[in-house]
Design a protein around this ligand. Structure first.
Ligand SMILES: [Zn+2]
Length: 353
């Protein structure tokens, strides 16, 4: 069998769209599809859509007499998901999907080896191998993905830490205010109730209700729908109240990061996801909060803001952007030995295209 025909498949399951791609064993993209995730049609239908796309990509002629031979599939799924069994938990944006055996369903439908990770773990793997951690040689790091909620991925001593029971990475549901807002998980004051896109919207509404702020009140008033990006534009334009909402987000995020550092003493914390693009708006309050809430971080200060290095925790923005999860999915077959070791020499951009 020619090496030229060997490919891997990556799948990124999202609440709105699902992305499927095939790559050669040097991680060069050969073809990809983006399809709507038919959440209401149920998980079996969506797995059917994925498999149809995979087969269609595999059957695309790659040249004279060439056929693709798939070695395996890497898939990133929203959590909570039991990574030991591949069974979905109670997912916020997937009503009725809890208890679905995603892993088994994909194996059964394709007959291929399937490597399953949470989307947050997949993003962490990508930042570790191809992004913020790429040139560091570090064996341990954490990544927080701040989108609608807060996901997290942990790399410890060169391996993804899935937890004893496959449920690690739910730092978004760690409590930072015991008497805080009621979360969909049943607890109160979870990190993602404050330091997330939805959290920022709540914070901006609260600031608008209690401060003299014509512009922010206009944006958030009544039942107005608005996005964190709109609030960020207001803050960037100098609106102090909008800036205050981001300051507060940074403070809460800093508590979550401080707890991670105090518990795990990690050399690198990467912050990604859509809200992370507003980094300059919350980074000052975030660093202040980390210093205030982590003794370990204080003891290792003070140059951590300036450069990555030995002897202190470095906290930085993700570098791969929204494609991190996809890139991580593409890396999974390599990290799990389905592909003979390669140098992963292609740049992240080449893999993303
Ligand atoms: Zn919660």
């Amino acid at each position: 069998m020619s090496r030229a025909n060997l490919v891997t498949v990556r799948i990124d399951l999202g609440g709105t769209t699902t992305r499927v791609g095939i790559l050669d064993i040097e991680m060069k993209m050969l073809g990809n599809r983006t399809l709507p995730t038919r959440v209401a049609a149920g998980p079996e239908a969506v797995v059917g859509d994925m498999v149809e796309s995979v087969l269609s990509l595999l059957n695309c002629p790659a040249g004279e007499g060439k056929t693709y031979v798939p070695l395996g599939i890497g898939i990133g799924s929203p959590g909570p998901i039991n990574l030991r069994t591949g069974v979905l938990g109670l997912l916020a944006n997937f009503p009725g999907w809890d208890g679905f055996p995603l892993w088994d369903a994909l194996i059964e439908a394709t007959g291929l080896p399937v490597i399953l990770e949470s989307d947050a773990n997949a993003a962490a793997i990508a930042e570790w191998k191809l992004g913020a951690g790429k040139t560091t040689g570090l064996l341990s790091m954490a990544m927080l993905t701040i989108g609608t909620g807060v996901g997290s991925g942990l790399i410890l001593n060169g391996e993804v830490w899935q937890g004893m029971f496959g449920m690690a990475g739910e730092v978004g549901h760690s409590t930072i205010i015991p008497e805080g807002l009621l979360c969909s998980c049943g607890s109160c004051g979870c990190l993602e109730m404050y330091a997330s896109a939805n959290g920022l919207i709540r914070l901006a509404r609260a600031v608008a209700a209690t401060h003299e702020t014509e512009e922010l009140r206009k944006l958030t008033g009544g039942k107005n729908e608005f996005t964190p990006l709109q609030a960020a534009q207001l803050a960037q334009a100098g609106d102090r109240s909008a800036q205050l909402a981001f300051d507060q987000l940074g403070t809460y995020l800093g508590i979550g990061i401080a707890n991670l550092i105090s518990t795990l003493d990690l050399p690198l914390i990467v912050v990604g996801g859509g809200v992370a693009t507003a980094w300059p708006l919350f980074v000052d309050s975030m660093f202040t909060s980390v210093l205030d809430h982590s003794l370990v971080y204080r003891l290792m200060a003070p140059s951590q803001r300036l450069e990555i290095g030995h002897g202190h925790t470095f906290i930085c923005q993700a570098v791969l952007g929204p494609s991190a999860g996809l890139l991580g999915g593409a890396l999974l077959p390599h990290l799990h030995g389905l592909v003979e070791p390669t140098l992963l020499s292609h740049t992240a951009q080449e893999v993303a295209n």
